[in-house]
Design a protein around this ligand. Sequence first.
Ligand code: KG4
Ligand code: ZN
Length: 334
Amino acid sequence: MTDVFILAIESSCDETSMAVIKNGSEVIALTILSQMDTHANYGGVVPEIASRMHTENITIVLEDVLKKANMQVKDMSAIAVTAEPGLLGSLLVGVEFAKVLAYVYKKPLIKVNHLIGHIYANRLEDKLHFPNLSLIISGGHTELIKMTGDYEFELLGETQDDAIGEAFDKVARVLGLKYPGGPNVERLALEGNNTYNLPKVLNDDSYNFSYSGLKSSVINLVHNETQKGNEINRADLACSFQVAAVSELKRKLELALKNTNIKNVIIAGGVSANKYLRNELNDLCKKYGATLNMPSFIYCTDNAAMIGAAAYPLFLKGEFVNLDLNANSNANIC
Ligand code: KG4
Ligand code: ZN
């Protein structure tokens, strides 16, 4: 069979990224232009600024990725793009750009779901093992999914309110840490101990999650203590929050490991870059004789390589879309 080269485009949030992926798993070239420093000035992503910066950067990113790959658009087998979910204006920049490339170069166009992209990030370094339990933990999502095959998903549980990454970001802000908060909370937590007694996240036996209560308890604690003029041990609070947030993921994953007897676990999304979380989930999986797949750090947060990996099974099935493709800010996996 001839090799398949996919040019993948990702612009759903604040990274403009493109990749050339060979046969669904080999990263020929990857470029990620992050807007993080700009948004850090505002304490979070400003959608209007994000879409404007994608517009400014997208051709630069294309030139860069093609140069790294030493290839041209005409050499590609298909163009893949993240069309859902994400910030509408940001998604539209990538979708419209992909449509132009597909039209001008007469290439098939593939629509990719960003969350499925996060799962398929794991395919860049290993094959996906089925059935598996996939835990998507990002800035916008916290979902536990059972996968029985390529693109065969069953939602087991999801957050009822905030996503885990969102909780990390809000807690970071109240602790005076810069955006994006997750890595900064992780760093500060290394200097502290689990001394604050924070409430359980969602004390039930479903596979659902809830992070707004935990987030609010940290915010309230900081406000109350500050009002009373008491010192807060920020490192201890960061550590206590991280332990509470991860222990709930562990509890729900353990429930699923027990109930389903599935022996493969995948973690995906920005929060899966957290080392404490990776170690804790690794220990849990070992206890159940399950293998844990987690992406390398570069593929945990938003990138186009994972979009190329997720596009490959669709390419093989001939699942292409027309030029009337639109962006959808709210789509789910299943
Ligand atoms: O997957 P991602 O890049 O974007 C979304 O699709 O949302 O995830 C971004 C989220 C942010 O909330 C960020 O704070 C969090 O992932 N994050 C982390 C870490 N690195 C990124 N959270 C905890 N620990 C980290 N090391
Ligand atoms: Zn993401």
